[in-house]
Design a binder for this molecule. Structure first.
Ligand code: UGA
Length: 441
């Protein structure tokens, strides 16, 4: 069965590569010719553990190919996955122009029954919009160029996380399929069959509108959970309780689960910020005031500023001081800095008159322009040298076991501000370094 995956971002590339791994013939398509040229040379544009090997292996065995010819790829495929970007517009709603473009291209190349699947996170009603766009484009085409009008649209949202995308794709908690055609559901189930042969993968089969909202509800719920524990941590700082023990106790309650209860400088990335704003907008357009989610968005935007306040308090003012910043990506194992709280903190520190020296294991060149005035260092020790405080903004594994005696010598003032709680306060203090964590002392 031939598959076309349109859009070679995180979701598209991982989906395409993993389906090829299942033994399906996949064409990953992108209109960005430069990106495709790089991919054809085995250069993966993103930092994602495990992805490069899967791409290389499947290209070699002829199961995965890259192309910028969208028309040919559509004509040659039974199933077409739409994995293009749905960026935020100024008002927070999702921009669907790339999705529309793909729908028009599908209509122009419809040469037999096809299943059109949305993998991108799209607002409720987008599946129906794709169907309408295809039918409208077909109606405007000369009759001799229209060979069929048989197609089904399916919503099949992706739940993979950056940094563990391949692992998440291969071991999903559930596969959600929203469709009103049994044939389309059967085809999708068949595509995923290598995952459920072991009997572990659960399917949720529903209608398109429900499936589309499941994706937003999941991200919004997780963003709420993170924001909730961030607020508990902020409160712990003020009342002297310990957030780690609270999170542990919360997690022991079977109704809550221990995951996504690590406090930090706020959620970032390409999904939670965009999707929480989009869901507020979806609700607003439906005449519903989504109070909880609006508060989550607001509190999360405030969190990096609160972190700077914490740094100011610990350093007794940052003006004229040097701050070493560890981590720039929004989370470890990725080079993605989109809506990264670390970037917001660096900027805010600069605005407050501090000198910032930053190091991140995966982020360097692209961020230099974005962070004018911030010195990008080649390693931890150069970021720490002569600094009045060292701040951990992203919990990269290599920051978990720093050479504390060496840091003490390098820092001008021995102070570690751990915004991810990756250190035990006592261990840091034993090394003669003052410790400030998140909701723990
Ligand atoms: C998120 C979801 O977890 C995926 O299921 C979803 O598929 C994806 O969005 C998407 O919609 O494409 P991702 O953005 O890669 O994945 O990152 P997460 O690991 O979920 O982290 C999001 C943010 O929350 C990060 O900034 C992270 O540092 C923060 N976070 C997460 C915390 O601060 N504390 C936690 O306990 C967990």
């Amino acid at each position: 069965m031939n598959i076309a995956v349109i859009g070679t971002g995180y979701v598209g590339l991982v989906t395409g590569a993993c389906f090829a791994e299942f033994g399906l013939k996949v064409a990953c398509v992108d209109k960005d010719k430069k990106k495709i040229a790089h991919l054809l040379h085995g250069k993966i544009p993103i930092y994602e553990p495990g992805l490069e090997e899967i791409v290389r292996r499947n290209m070699q065995r002829g199961f995965l190919r890259f192309s910028s010819d969208i028309d040919e790829s559509i004509r040659n495929s039974l199933t077409i996955f739409i994995a293009v970007g749905t960026p935020s517009k100024a008002d927070g709603s999702a921009d669907l122009s790339y999705v529309d473009e793909v729908a028009e291209a599908i209509a122009r190349n419809l040469n037999g029954y096809k299943v059109i699947v949305t993998k991108s996170t799209v607002p409720v009603g987008t599946g129906e919009r794709i169907r309408r766009t295809i039918l409208k484009t077909l109606a405007n085409m000369p009759e001799d160029r229209r060979s069929t009008n048989l197609f089904d649209v399916v919503s099949n949202p992706e739940f993979l996380r950056e940094g563990s995308a391949v692992e998440d794709f291969l071991h999903p908690d559930r596969i959600v399929i929203g469709a009103d055609s049994e044939q389309a559901v059967a085809i999708l189930k068949d595509l995923y069959s290598p995952l459920y042969l072991g009997g572990k993968t659960r399917f949720v089969i529903t209608d398109m509108r429900t499936s589309e909202l499941i994706k937003y509800a999941t991200n919004a719920y997780l963003a709420t959970k993170v924001t909730f524990i961030n607020e508990i941590a902020n409160l712990c700082d003020r009342v002297g309780s310990n957030v780690l023990t609270i999170a542990q106790a919360l997690g022991m309650d079977g109704r809550i689960s221990p995951k996504f209860l690590n406090p930090g400088p706020g959620y970032g990335g390409s999904c939670f910020p965009k999707d929480t704003r989009a869901l507020c907008k979806i609700a607003e357009e439906a005449g519903y005031d989504f109070g909880v989610l609006k508060a989550v968005v607001e509190v999360n935007e405030r969190q990096p500023k609160m972190m700077v306040e914490k740094i100011k308090q610990a350093t007794k003012g940052v003006r004229g001081k040097t701050i070493g910043l560890l981590g720039l990506s929004f989370k470890p194992n990725t080079d993605d800095t989109r809506e990264s709280p670390a970037i917001a903190i660096a900027r805010e520190l600069r605005r407050a008159g501090a000198k910032v020296k930053a190091f991140d294991p995966a982020v360097a060149e692209p961020v230099r322009k974005e962070l004018r005035g911030v010195t990008i260092c080649p390693d931890v020790h150069s970021a720490a040298k002569g600094a009045d405080a060292l701040v951990i903004a992203t919990e990269w594994n290599q920051f978990r076991n720093l050479d504390l005696p060496k840091l003490k010598k390098l820092l001008k003032t021995p102070l570690l501000i751990d915004l991810r709680n990756i250190y035990q306060p006592a261990r840091v203090r034993e090394a003669g370094i003052e410790y400030v964590g998140m909701g723990q002392r």
